[in-house]
Design a binder for this molecule. Structure first.
Ligand SMILES: O=P(O)(O)OC[C@H]1O[C@H](OP(=O)(O)OP(=O)(O)O)[C@H](O)[C@@H]1O
Ligand SMILES: O=C(O)c1cc(=O)[nH]c(=O)[nH]1
Ligand SMILES: [Mg+2]
Length: 194
């Protein structure tokens, strides 16, 4: 699947949003990829994650476990694992920090790939990787559907993506006037409390 075909999936799903968004990192952007509009469609999700699984196998070889960061990573992690024929587990926040919970295990000798939906700064990926590294198992690399950092994010292991984007993201105190004029919304789950 080409990078353009991936972006067409986002367009066709109504997942390519324009407005004023507060990203997980706190940065602001006029563009948001609402991946859940992809994941609401199992057939589209199978197509996209099938392509990610293929790229992972070509790049990293056989994999035993996919680990993803909740919430956004859970569905693509599961579907990519299905394409790879391996297990899917996820990390979730406990006191703000990603942890492997629910009796999930990453045993000694397991070949692990981290699967993220979207990478912007790479912060969530690095946090997920830090949680993975508390367990035995060998992290062979990281993969995402869209890399909004255009290849600039450093997650500490090789990161592959189905497509790269170069979209603006600004610190909150450096907004261009056209963005400052629009009320900001925060679609993601970081810092949401019960
Ligand atoms: O590379 P980063 O700067 O970390 O940004 C990307 C992260 O932001 C989103 O998650 P978010 O924390 O918004 O929550 P979600 O997974 O529940 O959507 C997305 O799912 C990635 O995990
Ligand atoms: O950086 C983010 O938080 C982010 C960007 C994006 O386009 N989509 C998303 O789900 N999260
Ligand atoms: Mg996320």
């Amino acid at each position: 699947m080409t990078g353009d075909a991936i972006l067409d999936e986002f367009r066709d799903a109504g997942a390519l949003l324009e407005g004023h968004f507060i990203l997980s990192s706190g940065l602001r952007s006029p563009v948001f990829l609402q991946k859940m509009r992809i994941f609401e469609d199992p057939v589209r999700t199978e197509r996209v994650c099938g392509a990610l699984g293929k790229l992972i196998r070509e790049t990293f070889g056989e994999v035993d476990i996919v680990v993803s960061p909740a919430i956004g990573g859970i569905i693509p992690g599961y579907e990519t694992a299905r394409a790879l024929g391996c297990k899917a587990v996820f990390v979730e926040r406990e006191d703000g920090e990603f942890q492997l919970r629910r009796s999930f295990e990453i045993p000694e000798g397991a070949r692990v790939v981290m699967v993220e939906d979207i990478v912007t700064t790479g912060l969530s990926s690095r946090e997920c990787i830090a949680a993975i590294r508390k367990h035995p198992g060998t992290l062979v690399g990281a993969a995402c559907i869209v890399d909004r950092s255009n290849g600039k994010a450093d997650v500490g292991v090789p990161l592959i993506s189905l497509t790269k984007l170069d979209v603006p993201a600004y610190p909150a105190d450096q907004l261009p006037p056209e963005l400052a004029a629009i009320p900001a919304v925060k679609p993601g789950s970081r810092a949401i409390t019960a």
